[in-house]
Design a protein around this ligand. Structure first.
Ligand SMILES: Cc1cc2nc3c(=O)[nH]c(=O)nc-3n(C[C@H](O)[C@H](O)[C@H](O)COP(=O)(O)O)c2cc1C
Length: 457
């Protein structure tokens, strides 16, 4: 288990803030972070300012104690001092939502365990290999570079999907790109459309099992030369109990889209990807019309199958292929899976749920994009429903593929629920963002008892 941060952690952090000369400025730095993208209503802003001011005084007077840790965590995160929390082993979200995508690529924020947690010698079969405890981080900004891959491996994850990359450089959407959705503390029913209220200053404390978030990054990607070199280093950095898949996406329409998917998949293979995952489910691809965002590709079954067929033809037989889908209704999934099953080694899902996202003042949270991706506990029941039906279709279809399940995994019980349905591996994005010790908690709870492990000589 992670050692608790220690009785005097608040005092030690206060001391370091004082050494940096940052104590007096702490309330102002916090408020600058809180108002970085929009201004809370005055009463809310006044309350936040009063809380931060009182905390700074207690820190300066040596009167702050352990009970101040939740507020201190929020204040330091928005004030740009999250790495101080991490340095003291205090959980903090892994990604700096105020910083740019590029700046975040270089450096995870959240704490890193001194020793990688494992389930001892136990291994689980996945995509023709064996992996350590079958929990991972899916394609997302928490897996966009070698630094993140190393970080996630150190914190106990064994199934990592390198963030979706493209066949040419693509900038991130205008910030903000990622916000908490603290009003979404329960799951939506499968198939429900979500209207989400999320303000850029919203906060959910690290480790909350009811965390939800919304994001609109637009699938940024470095140049292929850059990500291919980084991917080669990432693959060389992972131990043999870790599987690093690589997510790719094509651009354009019709045959251009198909060819771009195939070309980008080949680049990933050239860089050494053992398994390529196709992002057929992005809810954040920009479009010039309407809501500013396209529907996920997998809602169009013919276009989806055309892409997967072309990629399968383009890749060597030894490269594994995974198709990542969004939540699909019964008819859609039952029609698509039998067409995909002979072409792929695995099916992953669900992606974030494309949702209308607004601030509490009614303005779209993400400028120019009315729709964004909802994830975390809000999509837990849709993920369970999707996984149950996907495993059922696998059993009924007679063609084996592995299932990589994700959506709403924030604690050991939600990991176990997806695994028990028959998923071969489970991944978590929002849970891993919010709780840097999620894998460790799952391994501690289930590492010795999780079924379906195989003997490895
Ligand atoms: C900030 C963020 C960025 C994401 N980027 C990608 C991506 O590039 N490619 C992809 O296939 N899925 C992406 N996803 C979706 C996740 O991989 C995952 O399918 C989804 O978040 C549901 O899991 P969760 O509830 O554990 O977050 C992203 C999710 C988040 C939160």
């Amino acid at each position: 288990m992670t050692p608790p941060p220690g009785q005097d952690v608040v005092r030690r952090i206060a001391g370091q803030l004082a050494v940096r000369g940052a104590l007096a400025d702490l309330p102002a730095a916090f408020l600058a972070g809180v108002t970085r993208f929009a201004r809370p209503p005055q009463t809310e802003l006044d309350a936040l300012a009063a809380d931060a001011g009182a905390l700074a005084r207690r820190l300066a007077d040596g009167e702050a104690g352990e009970h101040d840790l939740p507020l201190l965590t929020r204040v330091l995160f928005f004030a740009g001092h999250a790495e101080l929390l991490a340095a003291h082993g205090v959980p903090t979200p892994a990604y700096d939502v105020l910083g740019s995508f590029g700046a975040n690529l270089a450096r995870p924020v959240g704490p890193r365990l001194p020793e990688r947690p494992t389930a001892g010698a136990r291994r689980w079969p996945l995509l023709g290999r064996t992996v350590g405890f079958p929990l991972g981080v899916p394609a997302c900004v928490l897996n966009g570079s070698e630094a993140w891959v190393r970080h996630n491996v150190a914190n106990g994850y064994s199934v990592l999907t390198y963030k979706t990359v493209r066949g040419r450089a693509h900038p991130a959407n205008e910030q903000p790109n990622w916000t908490f959705a603290p009003r979404q503390t329960a799951s939506l029913p499968p198939g429900a459309a979500a209207e989400v209220v999320s303000d850029p200053w919203d906060w959910v404390g690290p480790g909350s099992p009811t965390v939800s978030s919304v994001n609109s990054f637009g699938v940024p990607s470095p140049e292929p030369e850059e990500w291919m070199a980084d991917l080669e280093r990432s693959l060389a950095a992972v131990s043999d109990d870790v599987l690093l898949l690589v997510s790719v996406m094509g651009e354009g329409n019709g045959t251009d889209l198909v060819e771009d998917f195939a070309g980008t998949a080949r680049m990933a293979q050239e860089a050494g990807a053992p398994v390529v995952e196709l992002n057929l489910s992005c809810p954040n691809t920009l479009s010039a019309s309407g809501s500013g965002v396209k529907p996920p590709l997998c809602l169009d079954p013919d276009a989806t199958v055309a892409v997967v067929e072309a990629v399968r033809r383009a890749l060597d037989d030894r490269t594994g292929l995974v198709a990542k889908l969004s939540w699909l209704d019964e008819g859609q999934l039952a029609a698509l899976v039998p067409r995909l099953a002979p072409l792929v080694d695995g099916i992953a899902g669900i992606n974030t749920l494309q949702s209308r996202v607004r601030r509490s003042d009614g303005v779209p949270t993400f400028p120019g994009r009315e729709l964004a991706g909802l994830s975390g506990i809000a999509v837990r029941d849709p993920a369970l429903d999707f996984t149950r039906r996907l495993v059922g279709l696998r059993e009924a279809g007679g063609v084996h593929f592995d299932v990589l399940a994700m959506g709403g995994v924030t604690d050991p019980a939600s990991f176990e629920a997806l695994f028990a349905l028959g998923a071969d591996a489970v991944q978590s994005a929002s849970g891993a963002f919010s709780d840097p010790f999620l894998a460790q908690r799952c391994i501690t709870a289930l590492g010795e008892t999780l079924p379906r492990a195989v003997e490895v000589s």
